[in-house]
Design a protein around this ligand. Structure first.
Ligand SMILES: [Zn+2]
Ligand SMILES: [Zn+2]
Ligand SMILES: [Zn+2]
Length: 352
């Protein structure tokens, strides 16, 4: 049965004793090897070698069947040298991964996981996914899943996929579930980015509101600001893109008749901005933003039911502000506020 013997461990510089183990492959090849080296690399081979034999002197035979003879030779070479050529990986990567799993050689498994991941294609991805799962190679499994997700349309036409969808409903389900989860994650990320944008806009609006109510800008602002600043502030705003819109909103709010019976959407929006400002404002008595103090007092007195909702919103706006100040270090910043006059409502405001 045994046709010929091939030596595979002559890559090492070590001077080795006579081989005491022979590995038999399914093609009938005999590969001589050393029990100490095999045992030191693979605990599974160690158990096979230590198994009691009929005659202590008889040579040890290890059968490795089911993979090509050259794959076994590449496996034994790796055991001796910790190396595997790209050519061997091309030809026997899948067999080497299986051998690394069966004989518990983690170093080879790692090498195969990397090597096979580099060789993933639409054609072989389903087969490699199955192998990765059988051989407990999670890194390779994830790489396969990602490629499947990216090129699912093309993978659907492959023989591998057709086989799985006809014969392995659990794997098919796992793959489809993974693709779904990826898509959901993507949507979640988009939603989060969108929310961040809104919170950032709100935080800008808070800054802009303080800027208008403290320094005055273009058409709206406190009456007491001196004439040079007045002149300056007649120019279009150089600090906030949203300043003009917010000024219009403030003017509208101060004069709207519908506001009283809560029917006006613009007023509702302005009211929400005032309310959010009052929530985040720490200047209490010195703040010049209209209604700030009143809203704060009312909130204290009533301990409103929706308090936690506002708290959360204020927190999110504050964190969007932090994120934006980290990502946009040169953002135009508001000047420091040094106003001490108490100012409630619009009585001391110019609105034209
Ligand atoms: Zn402005
Ligand atoms: Zn209104
Ligand atoms: Zn305030």
């Amino acid at each position: 049965m045994v046709a010929h013997t091939i030596a595979v461990h002559n890559h090492t510089d070590r001077i080795l004793p006579e081989p005491d183990v022979f590995i038999h492959t399914s093609a009938g090849t005999r590969i001589p090897a050393h029990s100490t080296i095999l045992a030191s690399v693979s605990p599974v081979l160690e158990t096979v070698i230590d198994r009691p034999r009929k005659h202590r002197s008889s040579e040890i035979i290890i059968q490795i069947h089911g993979v090509p003879c050259q794959a076994v030779a590449a496996f034994v070479t790796f055991v001796y040298t910790s190396r595997c050529t790209e050519e061997q990986m091309d030809k026997y990567g899948v067999h080497l991964l299986a051998l690394s799993h069966v004989y518990n050689v983690p170093q080879l498994k790692q090498r195969c996981t990397k090597g096979l991941a580099q060789r993933l294609t639409v054609e072989n991805v389903v087969d490699l996914l199955q192998l990765a799962r059988l051989c407990d190679a999670p890194d390779l499994e994830v790489r396969c899943m990602r490629l499947l997700t990216r090129h699912f349309k093309a993978v659907e036409d492959t023989e591998g996929w057709k086989f799985v969808s006809n014969n392995d409903p659990w794997l098919e389900l796992d793959i489809l579930r993974f693709i779904d989860e990826q898509e959901m994650r993507k949507k979640k990320c988009q939603k989060h980015r969108e929310e961040q944008r809104v919170y950032f806009e709100l935080s800008e609006a808070m800054d802009c509101l303080e800027h208008i109510c403290t320094e005055g800008c273009t058409e709206v602002g406190p009456c007491h600001v001196d004439s040079t600043t007045r002149k300056e502030r007649r120019k279009p705003c150089s600090k906030f893109d949203t300043c003009h819109g917010l000024q219009q909103l403030i003017r509208h709010f101060a004069t709207c008749e519908k506001r009283m019976n809560r029917g006006c959407l613009r007023c509702k929006r302005m009211w929400q901005l005032f309310r959010l400002h009052a929530y985040v404002c720490h200047q209490t008595d010195s703040c010049k933003v209209p209604l700030c103090r009143q809203i704060q007092l009312k909130m204290q007195q009533e301990k409103r039911k929706d308090d936690s909702r506002w708290k959360l919103l204020a927190k999110k706006v504050a964190s969007a502000r932090v994120i934006s100040s980290l990502s946009l270090p040169k953002r135009k910043r508001d000047e420091e506020i040094k106003v001490t006059v108490d100012n409630n409502g619009f009585t001391t405001f110019e609105l034209h």
